[in-house]
Design a protein around this ligand. Sequence first.
Ligand code: F6R
Length: 366
Amino acid sequence: DKGEYRHFMLKEIHEQPRVVRRTLEGRLGDGQVLVEAFGPGAAELFARVRNVQIVACGTSYHAGMVARYWLEELAGVPCQVEVASEFRYRKVAVQPDSLFVSISQSGETADTLAALRNARDAGYLASLAICNVAISSLVRESDLTLLTQAGPEIGVASTKAFTTQLVALMLLTLSLGQARATLDRGVEAELVSELRCLPTRLGEALAMDAVIEQVAEFFADKHHTLFLGRGAQYPVAMEGALKLKEISYIHAEAYPAGELKHGPLALVDSDMPVVTVAPNNELVEKLKSNLQEVRARGGELIVFADVRAGLENGEGIRLVNMPHISDALAPILYTIPLQLLSYHVAVFKGTDVDQPRNLAKSVTVE
Ligand code: F6R
């Protein structure tokens, strides 16, 4: 039932504060994450982990890409991320004491399942599924599971599944950091308290819907777009580009902002809007110079930035001010306006938002 919403996708976007809260429920203690949420014996197992291999497809792969930044920076664990359709068909050199992590909304994606089955005898320490469906092949066949509590996702374009995957992956990062004693307890406590406030921040981002709808109108007659991000916001840009292609059929490509001058800048002109996710961190100054490169070529910029980032609206720059949030949780917050943007562009274009052409909700065949 879509309730008051015009599409399932919009309903599911607006459910995010609630399902994120549900995904955190019972998994946070006093100033620390509860590692047992991953199952009995998880703490002992995690203490032995020296490497993480993540495998997933599509949107779930983008969640894994964000997690790599978190795992390496916060928990000090080396991490590789690969799309399942590649991983399953190649000979992988398995790192010692490596945890195999699969991420999937449905738990039935053929490539992800095949990758897990290949991994079984490959010498991983254990397999962990981050999944939204309790009764699924992926959960059944993995050693450990952490369920995302997104509830049924009807819209083909994944929204609330992605943000709850990110929350689950942050819990994994904190758990590995705690069990391996590689994450400062004060930092863990700080992140735990920020996680508790996250649903409220997501609600604030959703309240900007009308502003984003105005921005979306500008895209209705465009055929190409670039999405830029740096650090953990690069996979967020990838996810934003995927959403736009899927439901509005506008060609969208994501680049790490620093790659712009290594090729894609040649494409930029007044018909090619450039969407940038720019949180307030040490990378913002670098991003500012990327933005100037785009402006110098007549490119139209749409910038989602922290209110404290010191960016200004101007000729050719549409700035959307985002609530302030820590760098660590920024990828979750900045996903929201990109989801709303692609939703509204699709509505302006009159495409079938919930059932995009050529796509199926669950890809159970190769
Ligand atoms: C994009 C989308 C797909 C899925 C992908 C993996 O909006 O929904 O890219 O993310 O097919 O599906 P799951 O997560 O079910 O394995």
